[in-house]
Design a protein around this ligand. Sequence first.
Ligand code: AMP
Length: 622
Amino acid sequence: MAKIGINIATGSLQKEEMIVGIDLGTTNSLVAIIHPETRQPVALREHNSSSLVPSVIYFNEFGNVTIGEEAKQYLITEPHNTIFSAKRLMGKSYNDIKANASFFTFKIIDDNTESLVKVQVGDKFYSPVDMSSFILKELKQRAEHILKTPVTKAVITVPAYFNDAQRQATRDAGKLAGLDVLRIINEPTAASLAYGLGLHKEEITTIAVYDLGGGTFDISILQITNGIFEVLSTNGDTYLGGDDFDRAIVKHWLQQVSMSEEDMFANKELSQTLRLKAEEAKKHLSSNETFEAEVNGDKLQISKVEFEQLIEPFIEKTLQSCRHAIKDSKITVQEIDTIVMVGGSTRVPAVKDAVSKLFGRPVNDSVNPDEVVALGAAVQADILAGNNKEFLLLDITPLSLGIETMGGLMDVLIPRNSKIPTKVARQYTTQKDGQSGMRISVYQGERDLVQDNRKLAEFNLSGIPGMPAGLPKIEVSFLINADGILVVKAKELRSGVEQSIEVKPQYGLSDAEVENMLLDSITHAKDDIAKRALVEARTEGEQLLETTEKFLTKNASLLTQEEIITTAEAMQALQLALTMEDKDLVHKKVEELNDISRPYAERVMDEAVSSAMKGRTIEQAG
Ligand code: AMP
């Protein structure tokens, strides 16, 4: 039964609380809901104004914040007090973004560490989570004003390549803004939902979501099977978008009027005017053949043909990403049933044509590309509200996850491209007698040695009761929940001692870095296999030395002096081999030591058995 109440603030009748869908974008953000009467997704807007709220935050001299269109005007007049693109900083350290630091006009604290970035405005410091929370708070207030009801529950979208830290940061921002974030979902998944894809139970379909916004580009390949969404692959470029088109037009005009870029940048007002004119020209050329304007007495013009030539390299770059994504998804272009267009820049006809040509079919562009992600988030919110029960959203992990084992080897528990949510467990044991603790180090990456991968977390499983080496059963489990957050748990099964950690990595990875890590793993594959073989041989050698040593101490009285000396010599030879980079030599010395000690061990065993049986009568059958 639906709850009905009265909103004391507005006096209006209030049904069960509405869950909103929020697209927290790099350039623009917006809120959408499923209309209670039409049951259609709609973006929220004040009368006659745009549904888009620019993701720009202006801090005045008293530290008060203004968000949106009003804040945007301060980008030029007060760049140090006006924050844009906060989403690019989510879950990042200064080291992560320093290559692009010149992109930001506000002050980012450069403490040269791996800790999360902060922005300084006046004498105050703000984290990306704080800044995103300001935007979310504004969206919440606007939605409450429009809907005349409190809004406390939301579904928020993030790029498919966002890692655990970035998803967690988005969740935290929601919480700070007073929102209960019921689910974080991937933007391409939301876009597909907005097209009603995956809403029919028997549907099996493959979708490519091409998202070209103002400053970022993403391509994702999704598969929907009976209401279950899976991201097969993602690719993109976090610094490519419509802003590049605008800059190309500005450059073109500067050539027309023979002005250098330095001269233009020296005049802030002029550069801003030209940038705005260029954007106007770009939009105009989406439905006209030419554009003309006059700035400071200079005549500026550009034709659609010229514009298309200017942006051709950018479009080609996006197509290249698409080809990579298709390859990674392990499906063929022909198997892709639908291409969904997202982001304002997909309104450019040349973009649509190029994408349609690559995929060999017309693109889906009937839903407003600026609103499509938020509309889909609203569809998901509706599913969570219980109106569309049978759906579950699945995603994939972009990089493998595992722990460090003997010799610094990476033991992968969840391979890259695994579907999530997922849970994997594996058993390990101790190396030493009476070992009471075990260090669990969690890594992300594709290389065989952990030193080449990225450390996410580390913790100690302590309190393992004293047992001989090899006896404790330590189960390490990895659980990735639907939001993509990883929980690592270690439990000693005999005693029940356990310890767990929620992985919120200190800093994030850009998709370019993910790509680099993958490329590295391919380049170093041969080398890595050799290294792994050496590490494995050494581990085996070390273990054999340890057991032989133990055997000698325990059974010295049962061996002759000569036998002890030959064993010690073989041990020494193995010890020496371990210091060299030669796995074959290690194997050889392991075998030699084994050959020498095996007969002694067998003899000792036989003697033990026969002495144990002395004095007992064994009943013979027959
Ligand atoms: P988004 O980040 O999805 O909001 O996309 C914003 C980008 O889309 C900006 O670069 C806009 O200039 C661009 N854009 C919006 N409308 C059009 C249009 N009609 N033609 C070309 N680009 C557009």
